[in-house]
Design a protein around this ligand. Sequence first.
Ligand code: HEC
Length: 198
Amino acid sequence: MADSKDRLLDHDADGIREYDNAAPGWLMWMLYGAMIFSVLYVAWYALSFGDDDYGIELSGEQVVEKAKVQQFVADHPIPTPTAEALLAGAVDPVVLERAAARFAKTCSPCHGANAQGLIGPNLTDDRWLHGGKVTDIFGTIVKGVPAKGMPPWGRALKPDEIASLASFIRSLQGSNPAGAKPPEGDPAVPEPLPARSM
Ligand code: HEC
């Protein structure tokens, strides 16, 4: 057939027939355009990831409000408890019970029900990516490691709850849970626990 334009197809849907023509160029270009745009758009977002404004330009008022929040955060640092206090918590059943409940709810999805490691590292071994002293652990929980997927908890949990979690993690040292993730980071000798006071 010399000219295939406007050739009717055989099928018939209640009297509605269809030509065997290519889709119009403008429609195809809209489709290709949308595909190219979506790739560039996702790339733009991916590249601005980690920039906490996600590449969005803040208005003057938003810049002022953001600076106020940053100033407030800077003016109210979360004080790190002493190592003695955190280690005392690691042998205090009341502290540990509370922390275990919080850990199960908030931390276990990434660290495993027994802190054996899942998405996040094993917290029961003697190797640490961010320091194994109880005060280091407290600091890691407060600040998180946002670039590596560990959220900062300093503003989401109360300081005494974070302290109880640091104590709890110290209490799990050497617990050797089933299915433990291989150790990551540098070795650290766990700080000695105080004798349990009754
Ligand atoms: C969304 C997943 C996620 C959640 C929820 C999470 N973590 Fe993490 N955590 C991680 C990842 C990933 C790392 C490893 C960071 C790195 O590679 O530097 C990590 C690291 C840590 C570390 C440092 C370990 C080391 O080797 O130095 C501690 C301590 C920790 N998390 C405690 C907690 C506690 C306590 C909670 C609950 C309040 C919690 N995490 C909730 C993902 C998570």
